[in-house]
Every structure is written in C-alpha cells, then in structure tokens.
Design a protein around this ligand. Structure first.
Ligand SMILES: Nc1ncnc2c1ncn2[C@@H]1O[C@H](COP(=O)(O)OP(=O)(O)O)[C@@H](O)[C@H]1O
Ligand SMILES: [Mg+2]
Length: 491
C-alpha cells in the first residue's frame, strides 16, 4: 500500500510548496487522511492497474457507497489543498474568470500528481466539482444546471431527492456531512442578505436564478439541515405544453381563455406543487396586451408576456423583526397604481379581503391561486382568510363578498405518477340561503392506474351551461354553447 501513501504525500507536498504552505515539508496535521481503507480495490479497477495490487479479498471490494465516500473524501481534500495553494493575497485583485482559471490550474496540477489513482475523466470531474465547491453551490451545482429538475430536496448529507418530469427520485448527489450542507445553505442565503443559524433556524430565500429555497436546521429540524429548492424553470410550461401533456383539453381551454379575456375573476386551487402557478402563468397569456397588469408575489415566479406588467414582491421582516411588507400592503398599494387587473401569486392570508374588494370594485379579470383540495374547500379557505383581516364580519357578509367576487374556480391536482391535471372547472352562481352555490362545468375522473402506477382517466363536460356566457358574450368573447354538451372529451 506504499504507493498510495506516496500519492498522498505528493499532494501534501504540493500544498506545502505553495505560497501558503507551511514550508517544512512535513504533512500538515490539518489535512485529513485521503483514502478510506476500501479505496485500493476500486482505484485499481478504475485505471486498469490491477496487476500492481494484490487481488483484493471479496470483502475488501469497494461497494458503490464506499466508492462515493472515497471520491468525496478526495474532493474535500483537494478542495482544501487548492484553497491553501492559491495566493490569497492576490485573490482580491482577481476577476472571477481569472480566479476560476487559477483554481482550475491548481486543481489540475494537484490532480496530475494522482495520475496513478484517477482516470482522465475522473480527474476532470474532480476538478469541476472542486470549482463548483469553490464558486458555486457545491454538490448542488450539477442539479441546478439540469433544466429538467424542478425540485431539489435535501433530507440529509447523503439523501438528496430530485423531481424530474413530475417524478420524485433519489439522486446520487451527496455532501460530506451536515456541516457541508449547512455551509452551502449559508452561502446561498448570505447572498440574499439573510442568515440561518441556531437563533434563526428557518429561512426562505430566492436564488439569483429565481429559484426558491427553504431551509430549516437544528434544533427545529431534528436530524440536521432540511433544504427544499423549487427550481425556477428557464421556460415555464405554456398552454401548448399543457395540451400536449394532457393536463387539459382544448374545450376546457377555450372556455378558460374566454373567461380570462372576458374579465371574469378566476381562482386557481390546488395542493403544493400541483401546478397552480404554472396554470396561472399560462392563462395570463390571454390577458389582452393593452391592459395594465399588477402582479404581487411572495417570491416572483410569474413570467407574464404582456408589455404592460408591473411586478411587486413582498419583503419579510429583517433580522431586527422590522421592515416587513406583506401581500396585503402590496394589494392596497396596487389599487393606487391604476391597474386593469391584479394578479396575486398566492392568496394565503388577510389580503383576501382587499382582493375580494378589488374584484368587486372594478378590477375584474383578476387572478389568484389558493391552497385547497376542492373548489368548495377553496371557498371556505378564502372565507377564513377574509376573517384573518381582523374585522368582525358576519359569515354571510363574507360569503356574499366571495360569491360576487369569484366567478370561476379551477382545481388542479398532482395525481399518482406525478401527472398534473385540471380536475375541475367550477362556476360560482350566487347564494342559496346561507350557502354558496356552485356547479361543475368540466371535470376529470380518474379511473385507475396504468402498469407504471400512473393515473389514468378521462375529461368530460358535465352538460351544465355556465351562467357567465352572457357576460362573456357582452365582453366580446362569445363561447358556443355546444362546447358544454355532456360528453367525454378527448385529449
Ligand atoms: N400541467 C403540468 N404538467 C407537467 N408539469 C407541471 C404541470 N404544471 C406544473 N408542472 C410542474 O410542477 C412543478 C410545480 O408547479 P407549480 O406551478 O409551481 O405548482 P404550485 O404553484 O401549485 O406549487 C413545476 O416544476 C412545474 O413545472
Ligand atoms: Mg405556486
């Protein structure tokens, strides 16, 4: 095993010869042992030098996880050495590209000394990962570069899940340890002027690319940092994509597009990740371009295509607990900005009252989303949120406000296998006594699962003719009544 020690000493030597090395030629105590015991078998296999090493006993053969651990250890070691090999005094004057080049050069030099251990491809991977570690989000970087990944969920240093095309799967990405996860999270949130530590163990932040991050750490998270990143896709799904992947039918879309263009108020309801924001974004394409649209979001996600859009984003309180600007504040402010329509990314609290009032007083055609499992549930939640505004309004008053403000509720759902469907389009028709009356116009019925456990079913028109057709016709967007004839709809 002497040749392994030799390789390691070479690395240590390289670090010591650098401008920041300790210069005494002895291994620096701070540099950890690079190679776990199972390394030789695996490395021998990977660079075809098996003859140089005695055939390993079966139990010595590295398992996949051992291999990963070894690579992780090597990467950490190399990272530390690259850092210490770089002349930190000069870093301040370097531009990022120069610094990147310098780090790459150092990493490559150090790697070359390990030519006996690493194949060329492994070396390239190692150098890239060290660059990611130094400048970016470390192990998350390759995930953030993959446009198909919509969510990244870190449950622990060695358990990272990703969602791709609606399916959740475990990824091969791993951190060294909890501290490493924490470091990456701290780096991200520090860029946003936020922090996460024991006194402030929960944080929301937006990444420079628009992705949203939530992290919760000890003592609130019992087993170490939990991180959830909702990727901000470079190109959100458009109407055509939703038709193509059978999330909605042409008939349903024809109706919804008329509703948006004809200024009915639409509430999109669904669970987390069910596709509310995506649908809101897609439907907004039917807003006529000459209208002035104000958007209000907690974390800007919408990408409206209209020329006249003014965007606002809420602000959480700062470390001193001051400076919060809520959705409600922004809705009220938006009303003074002469908008034709107001879009609230997600309605979660007391802003519901101001929004309903806005919808009832000339800002029809407003759109928002709400977290609920059925259209009826969405309306009761809305009532509850109005209650949060702090006025002691009787329930029938609130209900009446809801009934006259909201015209259409669109229910979206994420079904088994990750498919997203518009499962209901319902219309609110008014009040019957104390009860809000509503009927379903289109729906999706799940009939079962296919062999891959993906939901199967069909869309249908219920046969009910919407009462808003007259209003739509009056707004210049007539919809043929045949669209609503009771039948199954093909996608
Ligand atoms: N109809 C759809 N088909 C396929 N993927 C979708 C669909 N709607 C949304 N998604 C994907 O699901 C994820 C969550 O969507 P999003 O609209 O942000 O959900 P929500 O706002 O309900 O939390 C995103 O990655 C998005 O690209
Ligand atoms: Mg959303």
């Amino acid at each position: 095993m002497a040749w392994i020690r030799k390789g390691q000493e070479d690395l240590v030597q390289a670090a010591n010869n650098s401008p920041n090395g300790n210069g005494n030629g002895r291994p620096d105590e701070s540099i950890p042992d690079v190679l776990p015991a199972e390394a030789p078998a695996e490395t021998a296999k990977s660079n075809g030098t098996a003859t140089a090493v005695a055939e390993p006993a079966p139990e010595e053969v590295a398992e996949k996880s051992g291999d990963d651990d070894w690579f992780l250890a090597l990467k950490r070691d190399l990272h530390q050495q690259v850092i210490s090999a770089i002349n930190l005094g000069a870093v301040g004057n370097m531009r990022e590209e120069e610094l990147r080049l310098e780090v790459r050069r150092q990493a490559e030099t150090l790697c070359q000394r390990r030519a006996d251990l690493l194949s060329l491809a492994e070396r390239e991977q190692l150098v890239n990962e060290v660059l990611d570690e130094t400048f970016g989000l470390g192990p998350l970087e390759p995930l953030m570069r993959d446009p198909e990944i919509s969510d990244i969920l870190i449950n622990g240093p060695k358990t990272v899940y990703i969602e791709k095309k609606g399916r959740l799967e475990k990824s091969s990405v791993a951190f060294h340890d909890e501290q490493h996860v924490l470091q990456v999270v701290q780096r991200i949130v520090a860029q946003m002027g936020r922090r996460v530590d024991e006194t402030c163990p929960m944080v929301d932040a937006r990444l420079p690319d628009g992705s949203r991050l939530n992290a919760i750490i000890k003592p609130l998270a019992l087993d170490g940092p939990l991180v959830s990143i909702r990727r901000f896709g470079a190109r959100p799904l458009q109407i055509d994509d939703l038709i193509e992947n059978h999330s909605i039918t042409k008939e349903m879309l024809q109706f919804l597009s008329a509703c948006v263009e004809g200024r009915t108020n639409v509430l999109i309801s669904g669970g987390t990740g069910s596709g509310k924001t995506t649908l809101l974004n897609a439907l907004s394409s039917y807003i006529p371009p000459e209208e002035r649209v104000a958007t209000i979001e907690d974390a800007a996600e919408l990408q409206l295509q209209q020329p006249h859009v003014v965007r606002m984003e809420t602000r959480p309180e700062n470390v001193e607990g001051e400076g919060e600007v809520s959705t409600r504040d922004l809705v009220r402010n938006a009303l003074r900005m002469r908008p034709d329509r107001i879009i609230v990314g997600e309605c979660r609290g007391s802003e519901a009252l101001d929004m309903l009032q806005a919808m009832n007083t000339g800002h029809d055609g407003s759109l928002t989303t709400i977290h609920a499992n059925t259209p009826r549930d969405a309306l009761s939640r809305l009532e509850m949120m109005v209650g949060m505004a702090g006025f002691d309004l009787p329930i029938w008053v609130i209900r009446k406000q809801v009934a006259s403000a909201i015209n259409i509720v669109v229910q979206v759902a994420r079904l088994m296998g990750g498919v997203r469907k518009i499962v209901k389009i319902s219309e609110i028709t008014g009040m019957e006594g104390d009860v809000l009356s509503m009927h379903d116009i289109f729906e999706y019925k799940q009939t079962g699962l296919d062999e891959n456990r993906v939901a199967q079913g069909y869309f249908s028109a219920t046969g009910i003719r919407p009462t808003c057709l007259n209003k739509l016709a009056a707004s210049g967007v007539p919809v043929p009544v045949e669209l609503f004839e009771r039948r199954m709809l093909s996608t």
